[in-house]
Structure formats: structure tokens, C-alpha cells
Design a protein around this ligand. Structure first.
Ligand code: NAP
Length: 438
């Protein structure tokens, strides 16, 4: 920290994913005397950019360079391996800093609430994505991948999962998929992947660039019944911006319908109007639906898809953090335009619920940060980062700084197999060892 008076205001951001780091950046730019501590329960920063963005979408992950510059600014600090509710409480953060921003994302998988969901062969997308992306919470998932895999959901996460499971090892060159996951996928005998949408092609929330990727896989072919597209038209009264996205999706789907269905060993079936009803050893039973006033309405007709692995990609919800008020139904922290209390703010998926891409978080975090900046005192009587240092030292916390993260990064790059940018370290202890040279 340089030339910053002891009375400078300070902000603590809980969570070092995109939403937290965009907020940090805005505060550091617009309130240059303010000190900003970004804490994370993991020793590694960058949240979903590291553990959520698909490992074969390295272009998207390049944003970490910008985030590293933010964390490297003179008034910023990264404090990794610090867990709120364990090393420090939310109440303590409030007493130490002028404001706290919750940027904790939505790490918990939503559930379907159907019979058989608790079977061992059913996995949530957060766990599966965390597994192939090396999140320490999911490193041991080791999913049993059968010959038939049903992926429930019609969002970009469902597409990511289907694509990663269908790609060959050669197609993952240049990705940072963890080698344990790459091995399991390479050894799997998957032949059919069903992407299950409870509504129709027009209602699907995926986007066309991601959808089109399914058409370029070396051993897998997307399959769609032309009948499913017969009545799929974009409503005339739809917001033109959204209508354009839907038109593009339909164009890609029509392209899929004209492809040969049996020229590749893996078939990716795009199944629409199919609401999950139960999961049994025989597979996933769905009820056929019609979309009435935007809602999936069951027709009574059922069908069992012979999947031996089921992955739900139906969205996420935020996790409780001390006494933070939760809007359970929407899976987010209760807030008004990002404000939770006088000195507590929330950004990203924890604020809005689990929707939006990285640029969505940028605009949103900047808006919240601007509101917060307007409330910062010119001179503060809060202990700020110095007080945080004392508290963490008292607790014997092992803190990973930006330097520590850079050592983990170097260790991962050094561990990379040929053609891969890194081999992620997946155990906290091993991360700490790399960060602290111990
Ligand atoms: P999403 O886009 O909200 O998709 C969730 C899907 O789950 C929807 O198709 C939804 O259907 C379905 N669903 C929810 N409850 C269901 C139920 N009970 N039964 C059956 N289906 C159910 O969310 P996401 O895929 O998790 O993605 C989250 C955000 O991250 C999105 O904004 C996404 O665009 C973004 N993302 C972007 C990329 C990328 O740009 N490459 C990659 C990954 C994620 P309904 O529509 O009928 O509710």
C-alpha cells in the first residue's frame, strides 16, 4: 500500500470471481484512496472464470489477465484461503471495513424435486463442471459415465457439459481440463447424449455460437427431429434483441436437422418439450409438454429415455453466509438494486440469481460500486486492512496473497502436459504448498 492515509476508507469484497473483481476495479478507479481487500475461501482467485467457464473456452478465460492487474493495484489485496463464517464472521468484516460487498456467486445446484433424483448416477452441473475444471470441492466426484447420458436443461451450461463429454482428447488440446476428468471422459463408452428441454426450441436459453459448436465435433453429431421444429417460430411481439437470438438458434437447429444422423459414433439428441418426471434404474422418464402462455404444460404422454447417467443443468442458488438474508425462491441474497444493508452490498449471481455472462456482471458490478462509492466517508475510523491483518494473525489463518497465487499459477503451468496451458492443482493443501513453498 502506498501513500494511503490510515484514515482512508476501506471495502472488503467477499469473492474473487468476475463480479467481485469488476466491483473492486471500479472502486479503485473512482475512489483512488479507498483500500480494497478481496477475500476468497479458495487459495486461487477468479471464481467461475477458473472453475465454471468451459476448459475449451480459453479465450473467455483470458480476462484473468485484466483481473490480475486489478488485484495488483497499490490499494488492492487478494486474501485467499480466508473463509467467512470460519476465519472471520460477516459481523467482524462490518466492524473492520466501511463497506462489504458479497460477490459469492451461486455455487449450489438447484434440484428438480422428482423421484429418483438422489440416485448415485444423478449429478448436478455445478459438481460436474467443478470436477472437470478442478474445483477442490468436486475433485473427487468421479462421475460414472454410462453409454447414455441425459443432460437436463437447455442453457449454455447444458451445452458446455454435452460438448465436453462428447469431445475427443485431441479436441481438448489447448484446454485446461484436469487430467483426471480427461481420462474418465476418454475411457467412457458414451454413445448417446440427450439434451432435455422442458419447453420448445424457441424458449431454450442457450445462445447460437455455443449451440453451433455441437455441429463441429469430430466424433459426435447433433440430432433433432425435424418435427420438433415444424411449429417453432419466433413470436412477432418478442423484444427484437431477444428475437434475433432466437432466430439464430432456430437457424442452427434447422442446420442440424439437415445433417446425416448416423455418420458419427456419438449422437447428441436435442429433445424439446420434455419435462423430467422421475429417474429410475431404467432411465429418465419425461412427460411431453406444450408451451402455453410461456409455461411447460404436461400433455400426460410420457416416455422413458434409457439414460444410465443423469446430469441436471437447471441453474444454481447462492449459499448462506452467516446471517445474510436470502431470497430462497430466486436463489439469491435479498437486496434492492444491490443494497442489502447500509454497509452491505451484493453483486453478480448472488445479487441477480444465476443468469448472465461475464460482461453482464461488469455492467452490474459497476452500477453497484458507484452507489457504494457515494456512501464512503472521506475519513474513516474503521481499522480496515490493518485490522484484518491482526484478526487473521490472531486466528492463525494461512492467507494466500497475490504473490502466493502467482506461485500456484507457475506450479500449474509447470505441471501441464503437452498441448495444455496448465494442469490445475485440485487439493487445497497442495495449493498452499505451492503458494507458500512449504
Ligand atoms: P439457464 O440459461 O437459466 O438454463 C437453465 C435451464 O434449466 C433452462 O433451460 C431451464 O428451462 C431449465 N430448467 C430449470 N428448471 C428446470 C426443471 N425443473 N426441469 C427441467 N428444466 C429446468 O442457466 P445455465 O445454463 O445454468 O447458465 C447460467 C448463465 O450462465 C446463463 O446466463 C448462461 O448464458 C451463462 N453461461 C454462458 C456460457 C457461455 O456464454 N458460453 C456458458 C455457460 C453459462 P426453462 O427455460 O424452461 O426454465
Amino acid at each position: 500500500m502506498t501513500n494511503t492515509p490510515a484514515t482512508a476508507p476501506s471495502v472488503c469484497i467477499v469473492g474473487s470471481g468476475p463480479s467481485g473483481l469488476y466491483a473492486a476495479d471500479q472502486i479503485l478507479r473512482k475512489a483512488p484512496t479507498c483500500r480494497v481487500d478481496v477475500i476468497d475461501r479458495l487459495p486461487t482467485p477468479f471464481g467461475l472464470v477458473r472453475a465454471g467457464v468451459a476448459p475449451d473456452h480459453q479465450g473467455t478465460k483470458n480476462i484473468v489477465r485484466q483481473f490480475e492487474r486489478t488485484l495488483g493495484k497499490p490499494n488492492a489485496r487478494f486474501l485467499g484461503n480466508v473463509t467467512v463464517g470460519q476465519d472471520v464472521s460477516l459481523a467482524e468484516l462490518r466492524s473492520l471495513y466501511d463497506a462489504v460487498i458479497l460477490a459469492v456467486g451461486a455455487p449450489l445446484d438447484r434440484t428438480l424435486g422428482i423421484a429418483g433424483e438422489d440416485q448415485a448416477n444423478v449429478y448436478g452441473s455445478g459438481a460436474v463442471v467443478g470436477w472437470y475444471n478442478g474445483h477442490p470441492d468436486h475433485a473427487d466426484l468421479s462421475p460414472a459415465l454410462g453409454t447414455g447420458i441425459a443432460v437436463i436443461g437447455n442453457g449454455n451450461v447444458a451445452l458446455d457439459i454435452a460438448r465436453i463429454l462428447a469431445k475427443t482428447d485431441a479436441e481438448m488440446t489447448g484446454s485446461d481440463i484436469c487430467s483426471h476428468a480427461a481420462r474418465t471422459i476418454a475411457d467412457s463408452q458414451v454413445r448417446d447424449i440427450w439434451l432435455i428441454g422442458r419447453r420448445g426450441p424457441v424458449e431454450a436459453s442457450f445462445t447460437s455460437a455455443e449451440l453451433a459448436e455441437l455441429g463441429h465435433l469430430s466424433r459426435a453429431r447433433p440430432i433433432i427431429d425435424a418435427e420438433a421444429l415444424k411449429n417453432a417460430t419466433v413470436p412477432e411481439d418478442m423484444d427484437p434483441k431477444i428475437a434475433k437470438i432466437k432466430e439464430k438458434n432456430l437457424e442452427v437447429l434447422h442446420g442440424f436437422a439437415s445433417l446425416p444422423a448416423d455418420d458419427k459414433p456419438i449422437r447428441i439428441h436435442l429433445v424439446f418439450n420434455a419435462a423430467p418426471k422421475s429417474i429410475t434404474p431404467g432411465g429418465l422418464t419425461v412427460e411431453r409438454t406444450e408451451v402455453i402462455s410461456g409455461r411447460a404444460t404436461g400433455t400426460g404422454e410420457t416416455e422413458t429415455i434409457p439414460a444410465d447417467t443423469v446430469i441436471t443443468a437447471i441453474g444454481y442458488r447462492t449459499a448462506a453466509l452467516d446471517d445474510m438474508p436470502l431470497d430462497i425462491g430466486n436463489g439469491r441474497v435479498t437486496n434492492t438494486d444491490g443494497k442489502v444493508a447500509e454497509d452491505i452490498w451484493v453483486v453478480g449471481w448472488a445479487k441477480r440469481g444465476p443468469s448472465g455472462v461475464i460482461p453482464t456482471n461488469r455492467a452490474d458490478s459497476i452500477a453497484v460500486a458507484d452507489q457504494l462509492i457515494a456512501t464512503l466517508p472521506e475519513t474513516s475510523n474503521k481499522p480496515g486492512p490493518d485490522g484484518m491483518n491482526c484478526l487473521l494473525a490472531e486466528r492463525g489463518a494461512t492467507v494466500v496473497t497475490l504473490d502466493g497465487w502467482q506461485k500456484i499459477n507457475e506450479a500449474e503451468v509447470a505441471l501441464a502436459n503437452e498441448g495444455r496451458p496448465r494442469e490445475k492443482i485440485i487439493r487445497i493443501e497442495a495449493m498452499l504448498k505451492a503458494a507458500l513453498d512449504r
